[in-house]
Design a binder for this molecule. Structure first.
Ligand SMILES: Nc1nc2c(ncn2[C@@H]2O[C@H](COP(=O)(O)OP(=O)(O)OP(=O)(O)O)[C@@H](O)[C@H]2O)c(=O)[nH]1
Ligand SMILES: [Mg+2]
Length: 459
């Protein structure tokens, strides 16, 4: 049994309503102290799960704090599985804070970030992967990433991981049988079974892992960096993609100095699009920092839109930029085709072979459709389907899957080499344990703490 916690559940700031939440076995008792209903005096005398109109008062002096609607829900059919009280008050920073204070004064403790969800996990309502999905839902930046998280909250990843762990348990049973009855003639059968089951485990883990990169992309948005020399039209491209004047555009080279990031959905693909300072050698310290950061961003980018101005000859800078991105996923944009052409498409092709080239005039809106189409084809080349599939969106999960994959590969190798079966047991157990850390079945307390630290307060 845990102590009773409380927190503001809504985002700080001006809003229609704010919600303060209490969870724990003293939640209803505390609510009775601070809530005074209009028709029904005490909250606990009202019907469960029904909003009751009244006031929050400070029991010390009886002073009204705010006009509210309050509701209580008895565990275990609540978010945390504990008794929960929710108080809907006026939005704004002051009412929620005052209400929280009086609740804390009357016996609750301020909840840590993610503590409500942590309770839901500790009390067995959801597993760890599902708890993490809650956080992903809250921080989702795009519809697709929201859908993926919702899917995971419903347990799609956990189910698949549990299935794999069941197979591993079966394998362990085979191993043990052959250790317990070595004189029986089951060695051969065991060997075949282990091999088949091990292969099945490996292929399922691989399948989950194959979604890991896609998963990352979907949750965060595909990190797309717009790169190029000053004045080639990078910020213009950013604005055209966003369909708004987000970035400043001028004819002065070196206009963009700070990195600008925005989320946008292009034909179903969530992009986190990043406009950068034009790359050139410069003595201007501010601009140079911008350029350095742009180079760093390229390293971590999933995709680069590199922009060239073909109304001017290619310069050393263009060549340096091409060098910088030759190993990345790139779409080349040759801009300003409305002006007299100084650089041929062939020249660009020589510079960056094997990369798609899109000719644009951003000011005239030419080529942008083709750019979007090319992007779509590059990333939805048929194999990414999101619906009804367990998708790994979480770095922690990915790391554990990689470890588990190594374990089962080791086990399969040992089998192949005819190493005694009891030696394989360790690898199978490790695999089972690593996978268990995804769902939280075999996870340690400090890992749990670390995971929930990243949550927002009040969830
Ligand atoms: N003619 C023509 N001009 C363009 C085109 N696209 C952008 N421009 C102009 O080029 C100039 C520079 O555009 P920006 O979008 O600010 O260029 P940038 O690459 O962000 O420049 P920095 O931020 O300085 O690195 C502006 O005057 C734009 O109007 C185009 O397709 N054709
Ligand atoms: Mg710019």
């Amino acid at each position: 049994m845990y102590d009773t916690i409380a927190a503001i559940a809504t985002a700080p700031g001006e809003a229609g309503i704010g919600i303060v939440r209490i969870s724990g076995n003293k939640a209803i008792e505390i609510a009775d102290k601070v809530f005074k209903g209009k028709r029904i005096e005490k909250l606990s005398e009202a019907e469960e799960r029904k909003l009751i109109y009244g006031y929050i008062i400070d029991p010390e002096d009886g002073k009204k704090i705010d006009e509210v609607l309050a509701v209580y829900m008895r565990g275990p059919y609540t978010y945390t599985r504990e008794d929960v009280v929710e108080i809907n008050c006026h939005g704004g920073i002051i009412p929620v804070r005052r209400i929280l204070e009086v609740i804390l004064k009357n016996g609750a403790r301020l909840a840590e970030p993610g503590e409500f969800t942590k309770r839901a996990f500790l009390n067995g309502r959801i597993d760890l992967a599902q708890a993490e999905a809650v956080m992903d839902l809250i921080s989702a930046k795009t519809d697709t990433s929201f859908d993926v998280s919702l899917n995971q909250l419903e347990g799609s990843l956990s189910k698949e991981v549990s299935k794999v762990r069941e197979i591993l348990l079966k394998m362990l049973a085979h191993v043990e049988a052959s250790i317990d009855f070595p004189e029986h003639d089951i060695e051969e059968v065991t060997y075949d079974n282990l091999q088949n089951e091990g292969k099945e485990v490996l292929s399922r883990i691989e399948k989950l892992l194959s979604t890991a990169d896609t998963g990352k992309i979907l949750r965060e948005g595909l990190k797309t960096v717009i790169l190029g020399k000053p004045n080639v039209g990078k910020s213009s491209l950013m604005n055209a993609i966003l369909r708004e004047n987000r970035a400043i555009v001028t004819d002065v080279p070196g206009t963009t100095r700070d990195i600008i990031e925005e989320y946008v959905n292009i034909r179903g693909i969530p992009l986190k699009i990043i406009d950068t300072a034009g790359i050139r050698d410069t003595d201007d310290i501010v601009e140079r920092i911008g350029v350095e950061r742009a180079k760093e961003l390229v390293q971590r980018a999933d995709l680069v839109f590199v922009v060239f101005d073909i109304s001017h000859d290619l310069s050393d800078e263009d060549i340096k930029i091409a060098e910088l991105i030759k190993d990345k996923k790139v779409i080349v944009i040759t801009n300003k085709i409305d002006l007299p052409k100084k650089v041929s498409k062939e020249k660009i092709k020589e510079l960056l072979p094997d990369k798609p080239i899109i000719e644009t005039s951003i000011v005239e809106g030419v080529g942008l459709d083709l750019l979007e189409e090319t992007l779509k084809n590059m990333f939805f080349s048929g194999d990414i389907t999101i619906k009804d599939r367990a998708i790994v969106t979480n770095v922690r999960h990915k790391d554990l899957l990689i470890k588990a994959k190594k374990n089962i590969e080791d086990a399969l190798n040992s089998l192949q080499m005819g190493i005694p079966i009891d030696c394989i047991e360790v690898d199978i157990k490790d695999c089972w344990e690593n996978l268990g850390q995804i769902t939280g079945d075999t996870v340690t307390d400090d890992i749990i703490d670390r995971i929930f630290e990243d949550f927002c307060i009040g969830k």
